[in-house]
Design a protein around this ligand. Sequence first.
Ligand SMILES: *[C@@H]1O[C@H](CO)[C@@H](O)[C@H](O)[C@H]1NC(C)=O
Ligand SMILES: *[C@@H]1O[C@H](CO)[C@@H](O)[C@H](O)[C@H]1NC(C)=O
Ligand SMILES: *[C@@H]1O[C@H](CO)[C@@H](O)[C@H](O)[C@H]1NC(C)=O
Length: 244
Amino acid sequence: MKAAVLLSLVAAAAAGCTPNYPTTTIAGIEVVDTQLVRDALSMIKNSGLNDYVVKHQIRSWLYGAQQLNNNATLKSIVDPEAQAITILLHDLGWDQSPDSPWTTKEDRFEVDSANAARNFVLSHPGGKKWSKTKVQQMWDAIALQGAYGLASKKEPLVWGSIQGIAVDYRGAGVFGINQTIIDQVTKEFPDDDLLTGTNETFKWFCEYKPETTYDTWVEGWGTYFVPGYNPTGHRQVDQFRTVF
Ligand SMILES: *[C@@H]1O[C@H](CO)[C@@H](O)[C@H](O)[C@H]1NC(C)=O
Ligand SMILES: *[C@@H]1O[C@H](CO)[C@@H](O)[C@H](O)[C@H]1NC(C)=O
Ligand SMILES: *[C@@H]1O[C@H](CO)[C@@H](O)[C@H](O)[C@H]1NC(C)=O
């Protein structure tokens, strides 16, 4: 390692800053470009995941990256590589293929996704360099993706990842992302199938593994849209009721 690089890494560590990663540009957004990130991208593109999930994860990453690009303070407290991996892999548990390496019948999709992301990081030479804390925060961010009220009070990597994902659903005007950026990203990765894809996936969870959906934010998809789905008796509140 050259002395100048070493010195800048030491300075970054001393200041509590994140390291300087190599970057590239995707859809006009400057993003971190490490082997770990490249391999995560190629893994999701070549997996059994539906196209709408792959595009959702890529767009969410680009929005998350742009949030860091917009704000140097944020960039100094959210590790861009860890944010990239967290966002790119946050929905691995949406894989509906029968031989999915990620989706289980027993666990809710957030746990499947978090476990799969952790396995990916821990088995990759780049990920093996991550601290235990970083791996843990990635797991927490993915597991808490549907609970912003909790995630927003946790570490910067946790909320700094969820904020990227939120923009893909909520559009321009949240977390510093404007319409120009949205247009730029959706031109390359169209989002016209996001809502129908999410809808179909959540209904599928309620049919395929209903026990993992009761008393979670996915429950409403079952109640509204899945014939025969009935959470009554499976919720926490039910043990407090005497009449059903
Ligand atoms: C930049 O991010 C920091 C840390 O989250 C936040 O406190 C600050 O308000 C942000 N600045 C702007 C201009 O949004
Ligand atoms: C949108 O955001 C980008 C990146 O922060 C900025 O460069 C651009 O000027 C903004 N565009 C408008 C119309 O505000
Ligand atoms: C979600 O699925 C339900 C039931 O199939 C349907 O009525 C509704 O229009 C769908 N919503 C979207 C946004 O696809």
